[in-house]
Design a protein around this ligand. Structure first.
Ligand SMILES: NC(=O)c1ccc[n+]([C@@H]2O[C@H](COP(=O)([O-])OP(=O)(O)OC[C@H]3O[C@@H](n4cnc5c(N)ncnc54)[C@H](OP(=O)(O)O)[C@@H]3O)[C@@H](O)[C@H]2O)c1
Length: 335
């Protein structure tokens, strides 16, 4: 089968497009014919290599897969060949200490076929197109869990989203707007800000030219005068962390699901204790989170923005676009 793969960790130059063996489903697993694969920053982290996470080599990234069941492994019941599915990309066994992630710890969907556990499958309604479905699990599942399950966002609250142009960022904008929140979206260019306002963001901050903490202080007031926003979403961390803490209002929340800009960050201690904020971590998503997102798309209430749809042969360019921060919304690859 054709796949985008790498034999060693490294920069974009280690990626190849070519023939690899078709995977066979183990007992209890199924093989999927990939119809659409959604890219995430995870594809870049997995290819580069991450401390503490062992990636199967040769590696095939692609954590989000809308596909059709192509072959059942021994013992699989309740599923048949030809069904459209959207697997939950990860499998966690907390008691056994086992964590698997499609396209990270094992080969993923940047290929014509991939295998998943039958227990990870979720049926795909006819009304949801492959491209829209493949946009959902990692970005929308994570955003849903971070905003609702962990962050408890409420109607009327103001949410500031950093890195708002990416997959998780645009998901946060749309899910927060659906909840009736005011959204301030921060991104790295005026063009991106314009596109985020068109998506529904109430205000935008171009952090290439404007400091986010200054903008929030000037538009809402200082912390001691009740300024700040109810919730800040920050998955870029690094240099952005301390400034984002200064945007949280008294008793507000700072939500984090990643650190694209660096895992080490400075904590602004006075703002932490003066605001009495809660810093809340969030990771992954549950079957219920993914189903909630799928139901929103099926009912027409949520329409994930897709920056571009590429063929698998153009998959390396698709990853390049993500890595160069040249996208708004999701990048989808179709074998
Ligand atoms: N814990 C979990 O379960 C989980 C799940 C999903 C994602 N994540 C994490 O969430 C983050 C976002 O993922 P994603 O898939 O939404 O990524 P993405 O689609 O590539 O979006 C990332 C956005 O972040 C902005 N950004 C800010 N600083 C950046 C930097 N130093 N390098 C690259 N981009 C930067 C970019 O927008 P501008 O150019 O406008 O700044 C970019 O559009 C990643 O760190 C990812 O690992 C975690």
């Amino acid at each position: 089968m054709k796949a985008v793969y790498f034999e060693e960790h490294g920069d974009l130059s280690v990626l190849k497009y070519g023939e690899v063996p078709v995977p066979e489903p183990a007992p209890g697993w199924v093989r999927l014919r990939v119809k659409a694969c959604g890219l995430n920053y995870l594809d870049i982290f997995s290819r580069r290599g991450m401390p503490g996470i062992k990636v199967e080599l040769p590696g095939i990234t692609g954590g989000d897969c809308a596909g059709v069941i192509d072959k059942l492994g021994d013992g699989v019941e309740g599923w048949r060949v030809g069904e459209r599915v959207l697997p939950v990309s990860h499998h966690v066994d907390w008691e056994g200490g086992q964590f698997e992630m499609l396209g990270e710890t094992r080969n993923g969907a940047m290929a014509e076929y991939c295998t998943v556990r039958a227990s990870q499958l979720m049926r795909l309604p006819d009304s949801v197109a492959d491209e829209k479905a493949a946009a959902l699990p990692c970005a929308y599942g994570t955003a849903y869990r971070m905003l609702h399950t962990r962050g408890g966002i409420k109607t009327g609250e103001t949410i500031l989203v950093l890195g708002a142009s990416g997959g998780v960022g645009t998901a946060c904008i749309l899910l927060a707007k659906l909840t009736g929140c005011k959204v301030i979206a921060a991104a790295g260019s005026e063009d991106k800000c314009e596109r985020l306002r068109a998506l529904g963001a109430d205000e935008t901050i171009n952090y290439a030219t404007t400091k986010i903490d200054r903008y929030i202080r000037e538009t809402t007031g200082t912390l001691l005068r009740g300024g700040g926003v109810d919730v800040v979403v920050n998955f870029t961390a690094g240099d952005t962390w301390a400034a984002s803490m200064r945007c949280v209002k008294r008793f507000g929340r700072l939500l984090c699901c990643g650190g694209t800009g660096g895992y080490s960050a400075v904590t602004d201690i006075p703002y932490l204790f003066m605001s009495e904020m809660n810093i809340i971590g969030s990771t992954g998503w549950t079957v219920a989170d993914q189903r909630a997102c799928l139901d929103l798309v099926a009912s027409g209430r949520l329409d994930p923005p897709i920056d571009r749809v590429c063929t698998l042969a153009d998959g390396i360019d698709a990853v390049r676009a993500l890595e160069e921060r040249a996208v708004v919304g999701k990048v989808i690859v179709k074998p």
